[in-house]
Write a protein that binds this ligand. Sequence first.
Ligand code: TA6
Length: 302
Amino acid sequence: MFKKETIKAYNQEYGIADFIEFNEGAGGFTFVHIKNNHAEAQISLYGGQVTHYQPFGEEPVVWISPLAEFKYGKAIRGGIPICWPWFGPHLYDTKQPQHGVARVSNWSVVNTCILQDQQVKVVLRCDQDVIDQLTEWKGVTLELTIILGRALTLELCTYNHTSVKKSLGGALHSYLFVQDINQAILRGLKTTQYLDKLDNYTTKLQTDDVTLEKETDREYINTKADCFLWDKALNRHVKISKGGSGTTVVWNPWKTTSKQMTDFPDAGYLTMVCVEAAITAQDEYILLPNESHVLSQTISLI
Ligand code: TA6
């Protein structure tokens, strides 16, 4: 059973004055508040999920739903959900949660430290009891390293300590804030093929930069490209780069689907878009015995 540390114990062992502080937040969850001279961020230990990222003097870069439910068993809507060890529905077991178990599990703190240029580093580990209940994943460990510097970097590291190869999936399912979706352009995917989930996963070609004018749910394949979200209304660009992933998922639920989600405002689609570093079912990574894999994403204002 996951041992729930007290806030005081966490601050004594892993807190660092002026940079890292643990506190109790929504839903009674434990949050890590991190900051430096560049930005601040917040991470929920439930889900190992970044729920806030805001460079000083700027609007938030990461979007969180004002209707997000902070309840065990439910994924927090917004921020950067950790989808692991599969993306989307489980291949055959309908009882398993969409997007895997990591985002609905408790995470514990492994290490905290300050690097050069006031970079704040936090390392979390997913509850091994939960992972071990997945027959095919027993003995595999999962850690998340979060580094807050001039950018926000997440490194999701899967360690296969077993003697059996694993078919790994997942995503860093980043919800990005935009002032007005109608004035946003996502660059970096022009001439890239994508699977259109809303059209039976038909393969299509992205002939121009991506604009969002309707419900959009696309898996851009065979791409390691950096993406650039141009928020014209805020007159800023967000750079999203990634590692360990060949697929970039772009999602905006638009009007109808927004209304169908109880933890998502009806007009929420107007101020967010998901740009995800993903390993999807068609892009699975075969993790060999005693091998590790890092899925990473770096988000920054440029
Ligand atoms: O990443 C896109 C997607 O797979 C969409 O199809 C939609 O289901 C979205 O994830 C949100 O999923 P969730 O389980 O968090 O509601």
